[in-house]
Design a protein around this ligand. Structure first.
Ligand code: KIV
Length: 261
């Protein structure tokens, strides 16, 4: 087993321990600070499209974008498990999924994350068998935002619940080391957690309903107030700190010029 596979095993075996923590990072300083703060997993999410690149959703993110950000994040991490999202249209076939995953590993990722349950079973199994740990992602799938005409909470109908149960079974069977459950109603997230043999990592799926929790770093530090999801309560107001620092600095420079004239 390589180092990445060992770390994935630790995650897989953490189902009933201390809740797992996963935060996104997209650059060297943030990755370094989060690693030093003790987060278990750092995700270079394709949320980079909105948080860093100014796109309206994740459907514009390419493998080249991800590689660039994974390389920067990898330079900042000594300890945490580094996961990279496979962006949209980079895992349409098993062969494409394998090739894209290898590019991300070359850039420094220790695991890849992809969206979808039953329909991705074969790809998750192939990537895992190639020695690359996989994190699954079920529930609301942001890469389907255009197809589904918006972001829709999952687990509201019996059919959706049955599909989610089949999804979590499929990704666990395929070898995923843990599974993100996004924007799924809390009772269903808890049901999936109880049913699942691998740890579940919740986002927008209620408090304490999963074995761990993932958050987008810009949401918890209040860096992008124009796109804060309703379920998030930021712990800081970094946007105001940046604006105020810039305003103060501009005023200072203007004052220097006035002093000279
Ligand atoms: O891209 C991302 O940041 C994610 C998290 C929301 C889980 O996939």
């Amino acid at each position: 087993m390589n180092n990445a596979q060992n770390k994935a095993e630790v995650i897989r075996n953490s189902k009933s321990g201390k809740p797992l923590t996963m935060l996104t990072a997209y650059d060297y300083p943030t990755a370094r600070l989060l690693d030093e703060a003790g987060v278990d997993m750092i995700l270079v999410g394709d949320s980079v499209g909105m948080t860093m690149l100014g796109f309206p959703d994740t459907t514009h993110v390419t493998l080249a974008h991800m590689i660039h950000h994974v390389e920067a994040v990898a330079r900042g991490i000594k300890r945490a498990f580094l996961i990279s999202d496979l962006p949209i249209n980079t895992y349409r076939t098993v062969e494409e999924a394998l090739a894209s995953s290898r590019f991300l590993v070359q850039a420094g990722a220790e695991a890849v994350k992809l969206e979808g349950g039953c329909e991705q079973e074969e790809k998750i199994a192939a990537i895992t068998q190639a020695g690359i740990p996989v994190v699954a992602h079920i529930g609301l799938l942001p890469q389907k935002v255009l197809e589904e005409g918006g972001y829709k909470i999952k687990g509201k109908t019996d059919a959706e619940v049955q599909k989610l149960i089949k999804d979590i079974e499929a990704v666990a069977r395929a070898g995923a080391c843990c599974c993100v459950i996004e924007c799924t109603i809390p009772q269903i997230a808890r049901k999936l957690t109880n049913h699942s043999t691998i740890p579940t990592i919740g986002i927008g799926s209620g408090q304490g309903t999963c074995d761990g929790c993932v958050a987008v770093i810009s949401d918890i530090i209040g860096a992008c107030p124009w796109s804060l999801p309703g379920f998030m309560h930021p712990k800081a107001d970094v946007a105001s700190i940046i604006s105020n620092c810039a305003r103060e600095w501009i005023a200072e420079i203007h004052a220097w010029n006035q002093e000279q004239s």
